[in-house]
Design a protein around this ligand. Structure first.
Ligand SMILES: C[S@@+](CC[C@H](N)C(=O)[O-])C[C@H]1O[C@@H](n2cnc3c(N)ncnc32)[C@H](O)[C@@H]1O
Length: 224
């Protein structure tokens, strides 16, 4: 699936009439009501319909849900806009683009949302539009490279051991290179011991798939 095709498909989904669990809807983010996102009523049901229509497997639509870690980082940026104002910001593993949009609303000079899922790139595009902010997109895997930004933000990217093994050195390299780095994590079990400073701790309402509790404790951390 190429980027422009994913964007056309999401635009069609958004414009489609009708309601139901297999639909997308523009909704307020529970912990960040300043931002509205096109999210699935039920991401699993939406995913099943899209796979059936495509006749092949599609990547899990992480961008179609709001994640606790991203909500915490977005909340922190909107409550401390001086961190992003006038800065060059990269949102790593952006999903829906919630954190990137919060950085733009906080007055960032330039925001890039990065994700390897073409549908996430399309979702960032439609969500930035819905919030009337400018967010550039990048679909490359950046984890083995160096990035020159002032602020690197990452919500809920440590959800898997193999990914955490690549993401943590990337974040540390960025911090060592002079970037401010903020990570939001609801303790998914892959946070390293040490070399992380706690900057905020929030009870975040969540509608993530397969999570029973309506609230998760989320830490916003600064790796060094
Ligand atoms: C749990 S979602 C979090 C999305 C968003 N940051 C938030 O908090 O709402 C994780 C995202 O990581 C993306 N991802 C996985 N591996 C990646 C990589 N190597 N580079 C960039 N994004 C990646 C997935 O496509 C997915 O959109």
């Amino acid at each position: 699936m190429r980027g422009p095709t994913a964007l056309a498909e999401l635009e069609r989904e958004i414009a489609a009439s009708g309601t139901g669990l297999d639909r997308l809807r523009l909704m307020e983010t529970p912990f960040v009501p300043e931002v509205r996102l096109h999210l699935a009523e039920d991401a699993i049901v939406w995913w099943a319909r899209m796979e059936a229509a495509a006749g092949r497997a599609l990547p899990p639509p992480y961008w179609a849900s709001v994640w606790a870690g991203g909500q915490a980082v977005a909340r922190y940026l909107l409550d401390h806009p001086e961190l992003a104002a006038g800065r060059r910001v990269l949102d790593l593993a952006a999903g829906s683009g919630l954190v990137a949009i919060a950085a733009a609303l906080a007055g960032a000079e330039r925001v890039v949302a990065n994700d390897i899922d073409p549908y996430a790139i399309a979702a960032v595009t439609v969500n930035a539009r819905a919030n009337r902010v400018a967010v550039a997109v990048s679909g490359e895997d950046l984890l083995d490279s160096e990035v020159g930004v002032d602020l690197l933000v990452a919500g809920d990217v440590l959800y898997d051991a193999a990914l955490a093994e690549r993401v943590l050195p990337f974040l540390r390299r960025a911090a060592a290179g002079g970037a401010q780095v903020l990570v939001g994590d609801p303790d998914r079990g892959h946070l390293p011991a040490g070399r992380l400073e706690l900057v905020a701790d929030y009870p975040v309402p969540t509608t993530e798939p397969a999570v029973d509790s309506p609230v998760r404790r989320v830490q916003v951390l600064r790796p060094w």
